[in-house]
Design a protein around this ligand. Structure first.
Ligand code: F6P
Length: 469
């Protein structure tokens, strides 16, 4: 393992030099001069295609970035991740979320928990004891299930979510519900998160009769009165827990078979990630492109634009995944960093986003690399998506236009294309971003699996509540 500071790496120096030659290069000229560019700067993984030809880079850039990853010990770190070794050093834990979707190869406790989920989902969806399910959780105990349910709920149960400390959130989830016919899932790895426990207590006061819990703190859940307790393990990080029983609300909303499809999609990407060379490895390429944009082209933010209403919650999901993971300022040796780590991730569903912030993407003063997600939701959507990517890349062609009408172009984006939106496809998509985050963390030499930065605010809020100033 190379523990030298990143800026002292041989490959980093080569990249810095290489970047000089890219400052003035224009995408329009690259495409005009190379008819193979679109085909060459693309890669495939099961069920999807990643087109990064509109990025401001070339094949040599990718080779140099791959060398940098190799110099940072990427292969050994990937092996450690996938085999469940400790990769979260500050908490002395594995981050073995891939084991949650490993199918027959999953640890027995995972398979047992999936059987339990299957049974609960079957009963809840068929026995008609409940007509409402409310998931009480926040962060990783909320965002994943919420995203899946929003994309794939089939209406068999009315599944809702309350995450906010604001009582309005729970009261909206309770509208029209009856205490006898509402199932509450308290999803909290720690079972100490203030807003989740406050919402669970409020549900009790409302008259709630049935609670299930998903937690690593079974004793607290039982003391609270949960009728069913499903486990989480210390090797499952909150923002990687949608694959676990933290996905129970999603399984109830869409049915367990579809949840299994979702797991299978993640598993396919794990195989791809573990086996492909960097130049053909989609999550690795996504990571390398992101490093190039952040560290060498100076992009401070990154937009994710799913062209699908079913994926409208994807940006919020990825915000936690990327920014809680890689929003770090010291390396694994504790040294303060002299380079940028995770850019601010933001985004929204297209096409509405086009009538909101795309003006800034096309003519603003900041460089905002974009990921367009195409799930073939209709030809109008796909045409608009490609139009946006082309407009960003090539701008207006007429040099005689007055300045306010000109779009300068040369703004980088990638397109991730899926034939359709399915639970399996969403599993693939989320796993791609997970491995992208991991790969970037390896290059930046940070711990992508802790989140100490959220603790101070929690402590101060607790102190203020106990002793108001
Ligand atoms: O505060 C951040 C965080 O710890 C996330 O990492 C986590 O997903 C969320 O809070 C919820 O934590 P818990 O599942 O323990 O309630």
């Amino acid at each position: 393992m190379n523990t030298a500071p990143l800026l002292e790496c041989h490959a980093w120096a080569n990249l810095a030099h290489h970047a000089e030659s890219w400052r003035q290069v224009r995408l329009a000229e690259l495409f005009a001069g190379d008819g193979e560019r679109a085909a060459q700067l693309a890669a495939e993984a099961p069920g999807l295609r990643y087109d990064y030809s509109r990025q401001r880079l070339g094949a040599m850039t990718i080779r140099l970035l791959a060398k940098l990853a190799a110099e940072r010990g990427f292969a050994a770190r990937r092996e450690a991740l996938l085999s469940g070794k400790v990769v979260n050093e500050t908490e002395n834990r594995a981050a073995w979320h891939t084991a949650l979707r490993a199918g027959d190869a999953a640890p027995s406790e995972v398979r047992e928990t999936l059987r339990h989920m299957k049974d609960l989902a079957f009963r809840a969806r068929n026995e008609k004891r409940f007509d409402r399910v409310i998931n009480l959780g926040t962060g990783g105990s909320d965002l994943g299930s919420r995203l899946l349910a929003d994309a794939f709920a089939d209406g068999a149960l009315d599944v809702r979510f309350a995450a906010n400390a604001d009582p309005l959130d729970l009261s909206r989830a309770l509208e029209g519900a009856s205490p006898q016919r509402t199932l509450f899932i308290v999803a909290s790895k720690t079972f100490t998160t203030q807003e989740t426990i406050a919402n669970a207590e409020a549900a009790k006061r409302w008259g709630a009769k049935t609670f299930y819990a998903v937690t690593a703190n079974a004793a607290a859940a039982r003391a609270f009165g949960a009728a069913e307790v499903l486990p989480l393990w210390d090797w499952v990080g909150g923002r990687f827990s949608v694959w676990s029983a933290a996905g129970l609300a999603a399984a109830l909303a869409m049915g367990f078979e579809k949840f299994e499809e979702f797991l299978a999609g993640g598993r396919e990407i794990d195989v791809h990630f573990s086996a492909e060379s960097p130049e053909r490895n989609v999550p690795v390429l996504m990571a390398l492109v992101g490093i190039w944009n952040a560290n060498f082209l100076g992009a401070a933010t990154h937009a994710v634009l799913p062209y699908s209403s079913a994926l409208r919650l994807l940006p919020a999901y990825l915000q936690q995944l990327e920014m809680e993971s890689n929003g770090k300022r010291v390396d694994r040796e504790g040294r303060e960093l002299e380079y940028t780590t995770a850019p601010v991730l933001w985004g929204a569903e297209g096409t509405p986003s086009q009538h909101s912030f795309h003006q800034l993407l096309h003519q603003g003063t900041q460089l905002v690399p974009c990921d367009f997600i195409d799930v073939s939701a209709g030809e109008v959507l796909s045409a608009n998506l490609r139009a946006q990517a082309d407009a960003l890349a090539f701008g207006t062609q007429n040099a005689g236009l007055p300045p306010h009408l000109r779009c300068p172009g040369n703004r980088p984006s990638s397109i991730l294309s899926f034939g359709s939106l399915t639970p399996r496809g969403l599993g693939r998509l989320i796993a791609l971003y997970e491995h992208k985050v991991f790969t970037q963390g390896v290059v930046w030499n940070i711990d992508s699996f802790d989140q100490w930065g959220v603790e101070l605010g929690k402590t101060l809020a607790k102190e203020l509540l106990e002793k108001p100033r």
